[in-house]
Design a protein around this ligand. Structure first.
Ligand SMILES: Nc1ncnc2c1ncn2[C@@H]1O[C@H](COP(=O)(O)OP(=O)(O)OP(=O)(O)O)[C@@H](O)[C@H]1O
Ligand SMILES: [Mg+2]
Length: 381
């Protein structure tokens, strides 16, 4: 059975290394094969931009428009795709107009925001950068987890960016003002109340998603190849007592931030809040922290998490997510590669994969269409 949602057509214009590129495909997996620098990741990044956020490279808009041989940057760039859904095909696209304004279109009509696309498409990705996720800074794990949450609850990414914006305003106000004990600063009061509202939405979306994800991880289909993770989030408050309602969380945060204005002013940052969260991951099979696992084992844990999350998204939203797996062959032994392909079959999702070596995908046979990427051209199979 084909996936309920899959991409059948992709067009790129003045995007990264591509002046123009086209892929027409069916519901099977897509493999992009080619030498280093050929343009494989650029294609996956283009698709990832059709979701709220900055895409898989977290790039700024000024970096994604094509830069020509003379170093001139194209004014407008565009990504368009056709998504096949149970209710028929949907055309979605994003890009900048000649005036340099970012626009998102759904079936030829301007969307109010990128968020609207989430009604049709959900994306999950893995990139080589994420190989060091468990050993790297907590901010990377938090962003990774927030992206998983946003794939389930699209408004989550908006709550996170609104919270961060309000927090920057608080930090700026603190730097500009004299803070005295018990000061009743209306501006700060208002901003902290706003931050607390966003913080509560973020906190409960994370807690809810983590619970669901853990139960899907526990039902892992291939424990041998992709060991299950035990997931937890660091406590929000130092006493470890977690709030059980939005109202109590908001009240505690507001009180904490008001009492700690002088301390936060001295630190030039807000020292407590959902922006400090870390995702703790343990390899359940071995009962050791993910950071202490081998590079290949860490990759296997990460793949296990993404596969479990894909099953969760499919179950809860009824939208089969599309997976973007960049350089997926790296660090996987042949057995794990086969297990991955079997898990993708079981998931019934379209998966876009890239690699420098076609051999790694040979066993996919007619389950995949292999596109050769050469000198920024995409050659159909
Ligand atoms: N804005 C841009 N304009 C033009 N070219 C760009 C732009 N941004 C990146 N490139 C170029 O795109 C090329 C292809 O990059 P990409 O990351 O897609 O390669 P890749 O095939 O994934 O390679 P690798 O196997 O090394 O990961 C690179 O040579 C890069 O310099
Ligand atoms: Mg690449």
């Amino acid at each position: 059975m084909p996936p309920s949602h899959y991409i059948s057509r992709l067009r790129l214009n003045s995007f990264r290394s591509y002046t123009s590129a086209a892929i027409d495909c069916n519901s099977s997996h897509i493999v992009l094969s080619g030498a280093n620098g050929a343009g494989k990741t650029n294609v996956l990044e283009a698709i990832s931009l059709l979701t709220p956020g900055k895409g898989l490279r977290r790039a700024t808009i000024s970096n994604i428009a094509q830069i020509d041989a003379n170093g001139n940057c194209s004014v407008n760039w565009a990504i368009a795709l056709t998504l096949e859904t149970p209710n028929g095909p949907i055309d979605i696209g994003t890009g900048t107009s000649l005036e340099g304004v970012r626009k998102t279109r759904i079936n030829g009509t301007n969307a109010k925001s990128l968020q609207e696309i989430s009604a049709y498409i959900r994306l999950l990705w893995l990139t080589p950068d994420m190989d060091s996720l468990f050993r790297g800074p907590s901010g990377d794990r938090r962003r990774f987890f927030d992206r998983l949450v946003s794939t389930l609850i699209p408004d989550h990414s908006l709550s996170v960016s609104n919270y961060e914006k309000a927090m920057r305003q608080r930090n700026k106000l603190l730097s500009e003002r004299m803070i005295s004990e018990n000061s009743n600063d209306n501006w700060l009061n208002a901003i902290e109340a706003q931050m607390a509202q966003y913080a509560a939405a973020i906190y409960f979306a994370r807690i809810d998603s983590l619970g669901h994800l853990q139960s899907f991880v526990n039902q892992s289909i291939d424990e041998q190849a992709f060991p299950a993770s035990q997931l937890s989030l660091t406590a929000l408050f130092e006493d470890g007592v977690e709030p059980n309602s939005s109202a109590s969380l908001e009240a505690r945060l507001i009180e904490h931030w008001r009492k700690n204005r002088a301390l936060d002013k001295a630190a030039s940052r807000t020292t407590l809040g959902p922006h400090k969260l870390d995702l703790l991951v343990t390899n359940k099979q071995k009962n050791i922290p993910a950071a202490l696992c081998s590079t290949g084992e860490q990759k296997a844990l990460l793949i296990g998490l993404i596969l479990a999350h894909a099953r969760l998204v499919k179950k809860i939203t009824s939208i089969t997510p599309i997976l973007l797996l960049d350089e997926i062959g790296a660090h996987l032994d042949p057995q794990r590669r086969e297990a991955l392909y079997d898990s993708l079959d079981a998931l019934q999702a379209q998966c876009w994969m890239s690699g420098t070596d076609k051999i790694l995908f040979e066993s996919l046979g007619n389950r995949a269409q292999i596109f050769e990427v050469k000198l920024n051209q995409i050659i159909a199979p």
